[in-house]
Ligand binder design. Structure first.
Ligand SMILES: Nc1ncnc2c1ncn2[C@@H]1O[C@H](COP(=O)(O)OP(=O)(O)O)[C@@H](O)[C@H]1O
Ligand SMILES: [Mg+2]
Length: 312
């Protein structure tokens, strides 16, 4: 049985290790289609693009369970292909049994892709950076919205608000035109369509389970062929629809006109904001140690998201 020991980071004896904020990525031997990757979800948590020094034990497993649940759900919708091949750690060779046990439940074996350097954000509600921009200009990423909307209010229809995928530093909201200038307009039109349709079916599923999917971020890529070159095949990559990439609010008690309680990182962000306001942290790395009650509260919210969305 996998232990619930926190996994802050991994150093597996596999090639090509690179480290993101939350996951490590390794190269695996290719299959008949092309190169494969291992994505390992650690128990790290990031907020404001800064990784906290404190792990949230079990978070990587919850994240993987939620993403896998959504991949399965989305496959039933046939909107887009995805990169997930397996979550079965028996398929990983070159590691010992204790390592395999530690990876169980937090691993995704995926098709490697050339990732499109645009974060594809869909928003159905007015929150976060969208709410900030709306207050200043009645737009979100250049999309004009009706006047008089309140914080966290449902939008007349979901909107597509791309952001640049910064290698370092903060992702930045961009207009559809700016994103098109960087990766091409026909690709952006496809990404917008897939993003909004995927958001819409996922939000409907979540709502049936008593959860509002306020917004979410997808990443897409072009699957690589056996020689490692990108093909024309556009696939959904990365994690999908997790509390790391999405805002989830309970339907019960939803009340626009203020912040909402959530099953995502907002709980941690709110605590961090109190530190920023008191001058104890400036939103730059390193992040502060997270106290036990914020760790357990964050974990409980990820658990709640999983239970609500996918528990039978
Ligand atoms: N199928 C894939 N092919 C190539 N790269 C991928 C694929 N799926 C996800 N990635 C990349 O793997 C990384 C996952 O690590 P993560 O901790 O999320 O990093 P980040 O700090 O960039 O968010 C991301 O950079 C993501 O773009
Ligand atoms: Mg990421």
């Amino acid at each position: 049985m996998p232990t619930d020991d926190a996994v802050f980071e991994t150093h597996l004896p596999l090639r090509g290790r690179r480290q993101g904020k939350v996951r490590e990525v390794y190269d695996l031997a290719p299959d008949a289609q092309g190169p494969r990757l291992l994505l390992v979800a650690s128990d790290r948590v990031s907020a404001f693009d800064v990784v906290m020094p404190t792990a949230i034990p079990g978070k990587g497993r919850l994240l993987t369970a939620i993403a896998s649940g959504w991949f399965e759900f989305l496959r039933g919708q046939s909107l887009v292909k995805d990169h997930l091949l397996s979550t079965d750690v028996e398929q990983i060779s070159g590691i010992d049994e204790p390592t395999r046990a530690a990876l169980r439940g937090r691993s995704m074996i995926c098709r490697a892709a050339q990732v499109v350097p645009i974060e594809c954000v869909a928003r159905g509600y007015l929150a976060g950076s969208g709410w900030n921009e709306y207050q200043a200009s009645a737009t979100v990423c250049g999309v004009k919205l009706p006047a008089g909307l309140r914080q966290c209010e449902r939008l007349p229809e979901p909107i597509f608000t791309p952001a640049t995928k910064a290698a370092h530093g903060h992702d930045e909201n961009v207009s559809f035109e700016q994103a098109s200038a960087s990766v091409g307009q026909s690709l952006m039109a496809r990404l917008r369509e897939i993003t909004l349709r995927t958001y819409t079916v996922a939000a409907a599923h979540a709502l049936e389970r008593g959860v509002i999917l306020a917004d979410t971020k997808f990443e897409f890529g072009f699957a690589l062929d056996r020689s490692g070159s990108p093909t024309e095949e556009l696939i959904l990559v990365d994690e999908v629809l997790t509390p790391d990439s999405s805002r989830y609010w309970p339907v019960a008690g939803y009340a626009p006109g203020g912040d909402q309680p959530s099953f995502d990182k907002q709980f941690l962000r709110n605590w961090l904001v109190t530190l920023v306001e008191s001058g104890a942290w400036d939103k730059n790395a390193p992040g502060p140690e997270v106290p036990a009650e914020i760790v357990s509260g964050t974990r409980a919210r990820y658990e709640e998201a999983y239970e609500r969305l996918f528990a039978k």
